[in-house]
Design a binder for this molecule. Structure first.
Ligand code: ATP
Ligand code: MG
Length: 452
């Protein structure tokens, strides 16, 4: 049985046949449907990994077919086929959750490439429900929770660039997942079986960093009794992750620039150049543009590394991710500590939702590790969340604090009611129209809460 099953939906029988033939010859399993109801049956009755949907389906509309499929399984990636000249509706389809689109007539090679991209990205996106079991998670190469649109966009970008060798520039506050994303990029590309070498440029003293990165030849300095390979060489054919690159001393920035341009360098004390083939991924939590302006970072190096920028949003700007992250971490710590914590009390949840998370995902992870370790019951109570060791919070202006509270409160309500607006507005003691106004104010969509 083929490992991957694709559902193709088109009202043109001939086109459907051609599509089926092409996909089958690429070793995909294919099921077909000519209308919305058959498509829904297909997705209900078997495991479908990806859908290809024609936007114009006679009487019906491809977007509504997609929405219906996503109602059954929100994780299925959808590729939209569209007639030449209807790009606008294709873009609309992307906005509503399609992975990508192809304009007819399309190049079969393009189609296969897009399918590949979509399948890779789905692997990354797989929410906790997608995991076959929590035990298996350990073997899942990297698990990134991403429910918010902002993180979905990050993963979309990751899957699109994984196959290239371009330098990636990851920027984000501390604890937002920069290293996780760097590893995901390495593991989703052609270099995945080759080394991933990481170095934190801020953690190593300036005097050692050069020989760490570039290696040295015997006799280069006292104690160099034999040649040593640097990290650039160790990462040959694989990826090199330069973490905290903003803290690299200026002298080494010059040397690094040359390696990035020529993929060649001289080890310390060496006279023969060494050539390497590495994909470089850098990360920083500084605003490097500002570092450049203030003369602490070389402008030319900045432009050399700023090829594909990925910005990881702070957790406080994507509170929709908090709930799935909690599930993810509870699963992880339950296994690790052999516990069976199933959730949090509403008060504990509220405390989490109202916190600003200056330490981002890492802070949330630590908070839950502590809570799971300390919990004597199956449900975590609020005293275990951000208790004694809680950092004093900065005072916010009234208006900001009120808005933050309101948004957090509404999100908790939506989580609690799984996006049921009637119930949520009732609990809040608000009329539905007023409740909808608040949702709009914070750009919250009830359907985003239906999944969990
Ligand atoms: N989206 C996510 N899904 C699951 N786990 C995450 C996610 N983001 C971060 N984490 C976890 O949070 C912790 C911090 O992530 P990571 O080390 O990648 O952050 P960072 O940005 O490199 O932090 P720092 O700037 O402090 O080095 C890790 O344990 C990581 O596995
Ligand atoms: Mg890091």
């Amino acid at each position: 049985m083929p490992a991957t099953t694709i559902l193709a939906v088109d009202d043109d029988r001939n086109l459907l046949e051609v599509l089926k033939m092409r996909l089958e010859s690429a070793s995909y399993g294919v099921i077909t449907a000519m209308n919305e109801s058959d498509a829904a049956t297909g997705v209900r009755e078997q495991v479908v990994d990806l859908c290809i949907i024609d936007l114009q389906l006679g009487e019906e509309d491809g977007i509504s077919v997609m929405k219906n499929i996503h109602r059954i399984n929100p994780e299925i990636p959808v590729i939209i086929l569209t007639a030449y000249g209807s790009i606008e509706s294709a873009v609309e389809a992307m906005r509503r959750g399609a992975f990508s689109y192809l304009t007819k007539p399309f190049d079969p090679q393009d189609l296969l490439q897009q399918i590949e991209n979509a399948l890779v990205s789905r692997k990354l996106v797989s929410g906790i429900k997608n995991l076959k079991s929590r035990m298996e998670e350990r073997y899942d190469f990297v698990h990134i929770v991403a429910k918010s649109d902002k993180m979905q966009n990050v993963l979309m970008l990751v899957s699109r660039i994984a196959g290239t060798d371009s330098t990636v520039y990851i920027q984000g506050e501390s604890g937002t997942g920069k290293e996780l994303v760097a590893r995901a990029i390495h593991l989703s590309g052609a270099r995945k079986d080759k080394p991933f070498v990481a170095i934190n440029c801020a953690a190593i003293p300036e005097t050692l960093l050069e020989s760490e990165l570039f290696g040295y030849e015997r006799g280069a300095f006292t104690g160099a009794i034999q040649d040593s390979k640097g990290l650039f060489t160790q990462a040959h054919t694989g990826s090199l992750f330069l973490d905290e690159i903003g803290n690299m001393p200026l002298s080494l920035q010059t040397k690094s620039l040359r390696v990035l341009q020529e993929r060649q360098f001289y080890p310390v004390g060496g006279s023969k150049p060494v050539s390497v083939d590495v994909r470089v991924i850098v990360a920083t939590n500084l605003d490097l543009k500002k570092e450049v302006e203030e003369g602490r970072f070389r402008e030319d190096l900045f432009y050399r590394i700023h090829v594909i920028p990925i910005v990881l949003p702070p957790l406080r700007e994507r509170k929709e991710d908090i709930y799935p992250l909690i599930e993810h971490f509870l699963g992880k710590f339950n296994v690790k500590m052999k516990k069976n914590v199933t959730g949090l009390t509403p008060a504990a949840m509220q405390r989490i939702m109202l916190h600003d998370w200056p330490g981002n995902v890492r802070e949330l992870e630590n908070t839950l590790e502590f809570a799971v370790a300390m919990s004597e019951a199956d449900v975590i109570t609020e005293d275990l969340i951000l208790g004694d060791n809680r950092a004093p919070e900065k005072f916010k202006p009234y208006k900001e604090a009120k808005a933050a509270f309101e948004k957090g409160y509404i999100i908790s309500l939506l989580e609690l009611t799984k996006g049921n607006v009637s119930k949520a507005s009732e609990l809040a003691g608000k009329y539905r129209p007023d409740f909808y106004n608040i949702l709009r104010k914070y750009d919250l969509k009830p359907e985003d809460f239906k999944k969990t």
